[in-house]
Design a protein around this ligand. Structure first.
Ligand code: ADP
Ligand code: 5GP
Length: 188
């Protein structure tokens, strides 16, 4: 059984996770989160098999060789992230639509694969300065990792036009409402 897919991409710190959680709380959207594989360490509170499948680099590379990923990226040095093909089958077979939270290149690749079945949304921070502040406030990465995420964001923001819509996450309530309306209209 085939459903639809919603792709949420953004530079790290733009508010993707916050927006994804909001969408998952709306039963009428019938969205299920695609659990990616990744090789970074779990953050406090993250659960293996719920937030990510946390793998070693060797395990991840075996999955690449086996052709198990729809797409994968070395998002940061030695930190691999990928969408297992099995996630889409699992979610569509349960009668739900797939929600992807992936980096910008991953979002572009998934949109190309799913075409009209996909709604691709780019979450844009109000500015690079605000993005840095949000990452600092979140406090989940050391300073050098924040720098690498902010540097990458400057490049990623140039790809926003490849997405179906851009949502500016300045006032959170406005961004949540706008995203929910776009997703509801697409899935209707
Ligand atoms: P991402 O998943 O894109 O890395 P998060 O959803 O973790 O981003 O958001 C980064 C940080 O910014 C979090 O601490 C979050 O609570 C905060 N945040 C998200 N949206 C807003 C907003 N509109 N205004 C202020 N803070 C926000
Ligand atoms: P984080 O380490 O903050 O959880 O994620 C870092 C980045 O990797 C985020 O932009 C997130 O969306 C992205 N990401 C998570 N899973 C995947 C995936 O399966 N594929 C790709 N390409 N990016 C992913």
């Amino acid at each position: 059984m085939e459903g639809k897919v919603v792709i949420i991409s953004a530079p790290s710190g733009a508010g993707k996770t916050t927006i994804v959680r909001h969408l998952l709380e709306k039963p009428s959207l019938k969205l299920s989160f695609s659990i990616s594989a990744c090789t970074r360490q779990p953050r406090p509170g993250e659960v293996n098999g719920r937030d990510y499948h946390f793998l070693s680099v060797d395990q991840f590379k075996t999955m690449i060789d086996d052709g198990s990923f729809l797409e994968w990226e070395e998002v940061y040095k030695n930190n691999y992230y990928g969408t297992p093909k099995s996630e889409v089958d699992r979610i569509w077979n349960s009668g739900h639509n797939v929600l992807f939270d992936v980096d910008v290149m991953g979002g572009i690749n998934l949109k190309e694969k799913f075409g009209e079945k996909a709604l691709a949304l780019f979450i844009m921070p109000p500015s690079i300065e605000v993005l840095r502040q949000r990452l600092e406030m979140r406090g989940t990465e050391p300073a050098e990792k924040i720098n690498s995420r902010v540097n990458k964001a400057t490049l990623e923001m140039k790809f926003a036009r490849k997405f179906d819509y851009t949502v500016i996450n300045d006032d959170l309530t406005v961004a949540l409402n706008e995203t929910e309306s776009l997703v509801a209209a697409f899935l209707k």
